[in-house]
Ligand binder design. Structure first.
Ligand SMILES: [Zn+2]
Length: 321
């Protein structure tokens, strides 16, 4: 099996005025690097896409991109480039990207041009997450590619923010990461989320389990569903004894449970937007240590204190007026 390290550049319209809601972000370059089963770089792909919707480069994109409209004009339409790219990928491969966005935008552009959908559930390697987990010890961090390239002392011989170059740099980072437990570290892309219970997805890793739900009208309804809030051991599927009940932490929900055989486990719920204002849920249950448990406990306490402080402050203000 080959690894296709994919990177895209995309452009957008000016807020609501020219933006097409079916394609808010238009791909303007597809870049990729192919690695074989032994992580040798065997080929590179790069092609500029001539935009159909947004011919002017958005100021925010212009600041990053190292080419301009004159280059885009010489590109070829998305459908032509994508057909060529898909052929270049071959049959047996898995996508690797830096972050979650590239596969999202690729599929949105494919939809816009009525291409057949990619296989679902779509497994891929999120190299940014794997890098953050294995090198920074925190999978929630989102380090930039530049930073990773710099830290890993990979020679820089072309500008960043060109899809072809970025894919190549990402491939270089990939080569330097440990591949020992790679097969356990895949992600599942959520562009095509489950729309009914039968399509719901459960992914088992060595030390965790991930569940992707079908859609709910809103977050509140989701949190009332026992499929969402139930906590079962990632290994033996027994109900966990709750040590910390679900609480809000920024935009996620956290909790901790314990299995008598398999120890402490952290539950995490993330909400994702679905069509027509609905949402779906990604729930992970992951083995944690005592120290992580204490950290989460402290986090909950801090949030409770802050809430209490706010309430007191509000009461005092009301009193004063
Ligand atoms: Zn268990």
């Amino acid at each position: 099996m080959n690894y296709i390290v994919l990177d895209l550049e995309w452009n957008q319209g000016k807020k609501d005025i020219t933006s097409d809601k079916n394609l808010p972000f238009e791909v303007i370059e597809i870049g990729a690097t192919k690695l074989d089963n032994n992580f040798n770089i065997v080929d590179q792909y790069g092609s500029i896409v001539k935009p159909r919707l947004y011919r002017k480069i958005h100021p925010a994109i212009r600041d990053l991109l190292n080419y301009d409209e004159s280059v885009l004009k010489k590109g070829r339409p998305f459908d032509v480039v994508f057909r060529e790219f898909r052929k270049w990928c071959g049959e047996d491969y898995i996508f690797c990207t830096w972050g979650q966005l590239d596969l999202f935008h690729l599929q949105q552009n494919m939809d816009y041009y009525y291409f057949d959908r990619l296989p679902s559930p779509l497994k891929y390697y999120n190299l940014q997450e794997i890098y953050a987990k294995t090198k920074l010890g925190d999978s929630t961090k989102t380090p930039s590619l530049e930073k990773a390239v710099e830290t890993m002392k990979i020679p820089i011989d072309g500008p960043f923010h060109s899809a072809k170059n970025d894919a190549f740099y990402t491939a270089k980072v990939f080569q330097k990461l440990s591949h020992r437990r790679l097969s356990d570290m895949y992600s599942v892309d959520c562009y095509q989320y489950p729309t009914c219970e039968e399509e719901e997805i459960t992914i088992r890793h060595t030390n965790s389990i991930e569940y992707i739900s079908s859609t709910f009208p809103d977050k509140k309804t989701a949190m009332k569903d026992s499929r969402i809030t139930s906590m079962r051991c990632y290994r033996c599927n027994r109900n966990l004894k709750m040590k910390i009940h679900w609480f809000s932490n920024n935009s996620t929900q956290l909790c901790v449970g314990k299995c008598w055989n398999h120890g402490l486990q952290c539950g995490k719920i993330r909400f994702k937007n679905a069509k027509s204002d609905e949402c779906f849920v990604i729930k992970t249950i992951e083995k944690i240590g005592k120290r992580d448990y204490e950290k989460i406990k402290k986090r909950q306490k801090d949030i409770q204190l802050k809430r209490l402080e706010k309430r007191h402050q509000k009461q005092a203000e009301e009193h004063a007026s």
